[in-house]
Write a protein that binds this ligand. Sequence first.
Ligand code: GTP
Ligand code: MG
Length: 615
Amino acid sequence: MIRNIAIIAHVDHGKTTLVDKMLRQAGAFRANQHVEERVMDSNPLEKERGITILAKNTAVNWHGTKINIVDTPGHADFGGEVERILRMVDGFVLLVDAAEGPMPQTRFVTRKALALGLRPIVAINKIDRSDAEPLRVHDEVLGLFIDLEATHEQLDAPFLYTSSRAGTATPELEQPGTDLSPLFQRIIDDVRAPKGDPEGPFQMLVSTLDYSSFLGRIAIGRIERGRVKVGDSVVLLPMGEPGIVGEEPGIERGRVTKLYTFDGLHRVEVTEASAGDIVALSGFESIEIGKTFTSVEQPERLLGIAVEEPTISVDFIVNNSPFAGRDGKFVTSRQLRDRLFRELERNVALRVEPTDSPDTHTVSGRGELHLGILMETMRREGYEFQVSRPRVITRQSESGERMEPYEELMIDVPEEYVGVVMEKLGPRRSEILEMRNNGQGSTRLTFKIPSRGLFGYRSEFMTDTRGTGIMHHRFLEYGPWAGPLAGRKRGVMVADREGTVVAFALGNLQERAQMFVEPGDLVYEGMVAGENARPGDLDVNVTKEKKLTNMRASGSDDNVLLEPPRAITLEYAMEYIEEDELIEVTPQTIRLRKRVLQANDRKKAARAARVADAV
Ligand SMILES: Nc1nc2c(ncn2[C@@H]2O[C@H](COP(=O)(O)OP(=O)(O)OP(=O)(O)O)[C@@H](O)[C@H]2O)c(=O)[nH]1
Ligand SMILES: [Mg+2]
């Protein structure tokens, strides 16, 4: 017996923690085996950030039933991935945080899962939180299902109250759970068994990909019908209309070289698998998401899966800063290009395009996190490069109108900050969709806003709400171009010469600036050293030592008290910079710089621009 489920939720609502506890309680580990927390978040970036980036398959055995589980990412940039893996499961566990309630990503993934006709099991999670309101959230989830036009059967979904962290589930709040058996039982009783006939001709949809340097692309999906053995000759059909396929270009014939099923944290090599099970399969050159594997005798195509289109682009540029090559292993345009194209093997929602300049490639993705993860991965591998300010990808509507991406933005703030949020978001062309009192002095605001309007807002928001606000956004739809938007309000402090940053210099500047560098850092002319408290850029000398002559003997003013510099992360930098700036990314540092480094050249360019404007 087999059950196939996906665990879906908004970011951080506790999916991976739940899967962890399911693995433990189903005995996937040896009694004395040391296993890390949230073991499914296996890649280093996932561990470090505490988020899931890639959906992952695992499986447990519960009293004789094999349960294939897909843990999915909750961040909006990876929503497309969740949508794809839903095609290989027969039911889903929807986790909703018992305090936060349904969030934008909850809505998105639930909509997709319900539309596929999958039956939900709802887990109101984190009931151990002191601010948990499981009953309110229960109602909100039902409201969401009705909103999304769930069928009667779907509305009848079982609800459980869970704590992923404690590893407990219960159908009744009055009766605290002791373990996850109620959840396992629901999965076995309520998720339908996969329905394919194991005796029919082989058929399988490629729902997701993996990649290994030995095997190349690996297709992962649920066997819809029939069985498959290592060494079998099968065909891989290109996407197209479902049904029997005649002769057409793009059909690959080949043999299955490796076949795996899932068991706990491992992929187990098997010689044969049959309908209903989720497998990984290799041996084909042209594996792509949405294609169908079938037997040679009956090439019957399944409905494909479209991979979501990117919404933002950045340029990756060879590092040409004065410090280029100081700590990177891979710095040439050739190395950069090869690495970017290699990424396409596994990162299906990414696009890479050459430009007129061999030093520059345009890379497009689903959002700043999607692109930021790629940059972070590359710098860890030893790459060095520069990145431009992100641009949204516009489209033409059918009537020829220019369209741009819009996001749904959800903000939770203490009431006293509602005013400042509205004031800041207005000029960014937002439209308020809903405003609701969340109880406990907190207000939830929902906006529709052009993606462009959000650039640079997060840092303002954190300052404006003194770190108490929470904001989430996700791509909503393409809408009419919103017109020009104001850029960054404040200017930057630009280093006017190369050298080592000195405390004395920062001490003099910090009243008028928030610095990005600290004493001992190296700077070059044209590098951005901090944010000016006012509009307009300023060239400053951050290497200036205190004059030793005519100095009083007292040492007191040697100890300048410095504010800590603002930490520059990749995503922060992408939101922050302007068109005339770049992010320099190396294994050791992230620096911001002006495209034009020499102060004189920048002045000339600015003058020329003013003249051009005046004409
Ligand atoms: N209080 C409490 N915290 C929990 C519970 N479950 C998870 N957490 C915490 O919530 C945070 C996020 O948990 P994850 O399991 O990584 O959440 P996720 O849904 O997998 O997140 P993404 O994969 O990034 O979408 C972690 O700090 C967990 O320790 C719970 O039942 N109660
Ligand atoms: Mg996770």
